[in-house]
Design a protein around this ligand. Sequence first.
Ligand code: ASP
Ligand code: MG
Length: 602
Amino acid sequence: MALIVQKYGGTSVGSVERIQAVAQRVSNTVKAGNSLVVVVSAMGKTTDGLVKLAHEISRTPNRREMDMLLSTGEQVTIALLSMALQEIGQSAISMTGAQVGIVTEAHHTRARILHIETERLERHLQEGKVVVVAGFQGISSTEALEITTLGRGGSDTSAVALAAALRADFCEIYTDVPGILTTDPRIVPEAQLMDEITCDEMLELASLGAKVLHPRAVEIARNYSMPLVVRSSWSDQPGTWVKSNKQQERSLVNLEIARPVDAIEFDPNQAKIALLRVPDKPGVAARLFGEIAHQKVDVDLIIQSIHDGNSNDIAFTVMTPILKKAEAVAAAIAPVLRSSKAKSEEAEVLVEQNIAKVSISGAGMIGRPGVAAKMFATLAEVGVNIQMISTSEVKVSCVVDESDCEKAVTSLAQAFDITTSPLPTCLSPLSASLPPVRGVALDMNQARLAIRNVPDKPGMAAKLFGLLAQHNVSVDMIIQSQRCHIINSTPRRDIAFTVARIDAENTQKMLTEAALEYSWGEVVLDSAIAKVSIVGAGMAGQPGVAAKMFEALAQHQINIQMIATSEIKISCVVEQEQGIKALQVIHEAFGLAGSEKFVVPA
Ligand code: ASP
Ligand code: MG
């Protein structure tokens, strides 16, 4: 007999008939010998409707009253589902978040779960009842009894947190799609259903998967090793399992970690190779990394920032032992990649042996503007200069001098309150058996900003991203590459990053003023960009994955404007008009397309 937590989303409980169908499925699961806690969302688009009502009354509705209002949606569903269960002879009881004792922070409309009291729930389960719990809500404390909500889409988080607190066998998320797909089926109808994905991959695919599964829910599942499955409530298809490695036992207090960063990783044995002044045109990255893959050299970080005139720099890191081989490949290809006929303009190869990679990672950094800034500020305080920066959804990696590595790691562990010892980046033993690319995502809602000629000295990135955080601007991709200009005898570098398009113009204005004050160069904005990313835990340690992605783009004459990577993700910025094409050809190149077209539910 298993203890299962099932969660049904808004569409799955959108009408009386659907609630009855859910009751049937719940009752069948109990008859098969299981104990069940069921978490439900508000019916259909109820929550949207309530938000709209509030805005008809007030332009800036009070947050406490907002929680009071929005939490009613789920309360309707729990009562109706319990009645439907009782109607078919299954004893059931509904409970609000407060009745269960889902205790959260006192932040209205975006509370995080602190802990869950399980005694009441367990008592009802022992009496053979199905317990139907309102998702998305909690209380600030058992004395204050203030109703809080977890933020839109938060019922997934309620479900996985309950599963963790009850030590359930697994958690099922029922929704209106059959599981997690390799990409967005509205753009690529040949997208296929995945059988499984790891939590880490799922988090990196947040822009693809966030609508299906709340990232906070994935984070809890990962931290408590809670098996999770996303399935359709219209069928008996097995769905997609979201898996995690076994983690060390974690306390159930402060269940949703209050910390935005949960690990610090480093690799002191890296070397950096940069190709300077390669032409800014389609096919260059493909050619370079194609040759590197051909020689079976495994690259780690790849970083390309915005172009400078009609040329670009591409930098990458490798493990020190294979440096010689990588360097030979880069040197051999450099003359071929020249940007003009003049010998002096020939691409130049720069090698630096003694560098280290230091990274912070954690799902809590999604949507929190200050996390990267805090990393940069911490490094600046101890005088560490950041040579290159590459970010992904849940990771920020900095390339620093090898002699700074220890200092960097120690200060970051302190700043982010990480008590577990920082880990040398190592590949999970599983990764070799995992597919190199699990899914492909496209983000068309970002704009690119770049600041030219920022002095290359400690504290500059900290200042820049500190300013952005102060203005509450969430930054997605951050790229600082190799290129260095000497102006008035100070070396200067460009720093590029992407922000939500709606924030772009104001951010440019704000930074232009700051640039004057700090004597940075021009602040350039390009709103017409798209970001395509591939994600797969199996790509680490497998040469040729990046090359294949770049080659697919080159074949279709798509120019890569910027590149940033993490161990399990590669993102390219391309021109916005080519975004959809880019997604399609990459998806195809990795053989992810199925033979049948996926029918998007209405
Ligand atoms: N009803 C809430 C919302 O629409 C929570 C949820 O469904 O997950 O955001
Ligand atoms: Mg949802």
